[in-house]
Design a protein around this ligand. Structure first.
Ligand code: ADP
Ligand code: ASP
Ligand code: MG
Length: 414
């Protein structure tokens, strides 16, 4: 008998038929004698629908009320799935995040889990219950409902697995595992059988939304191996685990793609040190995160500054810059909110400096202009025009031989 945490994402519980399907799957595992803690997301599209409802009342909705609103999506799913399980003779019991004491900090919409008191869950498990927990939510120390950021149900599942010392943490989704690139953009992408926490952390932070980044952080910190699997296709999925000696030594493991980028350039900053700190200071005061950043020098001593932000923060950043540029006496702002980030990730990049050069060569051959670039020990990222993204992604994927001969079968409904 094993204690297994299973998480089912939004598509997996997207309609009544799929909830029945998931309930059948869970009942079978329960019948095999395992203890089960199930985490579910809101039905697909529901979180977006709720958010757009809020926007009909305010363009800058109050973050606390947004959490109260968005958390209801998951509450619907846990109740429906539990009803389906009970009908199958599987003694399910649903709980919201707060009810199972998922304590978070008080940063609404992006809260971090601080602790989980697993006592209630352990007690219910010992009574033979199947526990169904609402993903993506918790409660701060003042009793307010908080949410964990988009994709946060992954984090609920991994944190529960760590707190309960589960034997397995399975993330069920709408693809058959973690691929060498998003299979919806690069159809030749290949499922990886195994990937390290470190590589997955990079892929998630660079835009591969198959796992939320905080989930991978917790998994790495508490050494919780995760298996990413398809809800609807049988298979062994992808194991995300600590590095092993005999792991494949290929330098590049996968590619991440992120369309949510916008680029801004400020030209001719006269006093570089004070100018740059004023620009970055006013952006961070407005809680906008700067991603890639590049400073370049002119012969006359002036400086240009280029950086990227999330596309949703583009207009806000642009209007902030319009004010600052006049104050610091810089000349011009160039902006482009139709850029995308293409990244290669792999443990071997640290010992294989040619990866960067090869990536640049391939993009040059495709006549794709590189707008910004950054590298770290295990990744290389470039910013390119969004219109070039799919072409560039496929060319780089092919040149690094990340693909398979057999195109991935994507889940087309059940
Ligand atoms: P869920 O609703 O189950 O949480 P998500 O939509 O959050 O599912 O994540 C699954 C999606 O992640 C896939 O449908 C796929 O398009 C996308 N994705 C992006 N990069 C990758 C990758 N490297 N491997 C697999 N899926 C990826
Ligand atoms: N429902 C939330 C979202 O759509 C959380 C999740 O699905 O993991 O982002
Ligand atoms: Mg997700």
């Amino acid at each position: 008998m094993a204690l297994i945490v299973q998480k089912f994402g939004g598509t997996s519980v997207g309609d009544v038929k799929r909830i029945h399907y998931v309930a059948d799957k869970i009942s079978k595992t329960y019948a095999e004698g395992h203890q089960l803690v199930i985490v579910v997301s809101a039905m697909s599209g529901e979180t977006d629908r709720l958010f757009s409802l809020a926007q009909q009342f305010s363009q800058t909705p109050d973050p606390r009320e947004i959490d109260v609103l968005l958390s209801t999506g998951e509450q619907v799913s846990i109740a429906l799935l539990s009803l389906a399980l009970i009908e199958r003779g599987c003694p399910a019991k649903s709980y919201t995040g707060a009810q199972v004491h998922i304590r978070t900090d008080d940063v609404h919409n992006k809260a971090r889990i601080l602790s989980i008191d697993g006592q209630k869950i352990r007690h219910d498990l010992s009574q033979g219950k199947v526990i169904v927990v609402a993903g993506f939510q918790g409660m701060d120390s003042f009793g307010n409902i908080t949410t964990l950021g988009r994709g946060g149900s992954d984090t609920t599942a991994v944190a529960l697995a760590a707190a309960l010392k589960a034997d397995e943490c399975q993330i069920y989704t709408d693809v058959e595992g973690v691929y060498t690139a998003d299979p919806r953009i690069v159809p030749e992408a290949k499922r990886m059988t195994r990937i390290t926490f470190e590589e997955m952390l990079e892929l998630s932070s660079l835009g591969a939304k198959v796992m939320q980044i905080r989930a991978v952080e917790i998994a790495g910190k508490y050494n919780v191996p995760i298996r990413v699997l398809s809800t609807f296709q049988e298979g062994s999925g992808t194991l995300i685990a600590a590095e092993e000696e005999d792991l494949s030594k290929s330098s590049v493991s996968g590619m991440a793609i992120n369309r949510d980028e916008a680029k801004l350039v400020i030209q001719n900053i006269p006093e570089a040190i004070s100018g740059i700190s004023q620009i970055l200071g006013c952006i961070s005061n407005a809680h906008v995160e700067v991603d890639m950043i590049l400073r370049s020098f002119h012969e006359d001593g002036k400086t240009d500054l280029a950086f990227t932000v999330h596309r949703r923060d583009f207009q806000k950043t642009l209007s902030l810059l319009n004010q600052v540029v006049t104050e610091i006496g810089a000349k011009k702002i160039f902006s482009n909110d139709k850029v995308a980030k293409l990244s290669l990730v792999g443990m071997g990049i640290r010992s294989e400096p040619r990866v960067t050069g090869k990536m640049l060569e391939i993009l040059a051959k495709e006549q794709i202009n590189i707008l910004l670039m950054s590298t770290s020990e295990i990744k290389v990222s470039v910013i390119i025009d969004e219109k070039d993204l799919e072409r560039g992604a496929r060319a780089v994927h092919q040149a690094f031989e990340l693909g398979s001969e057999v195109p991935t079968e994507l889940m087309q409904g059940i």
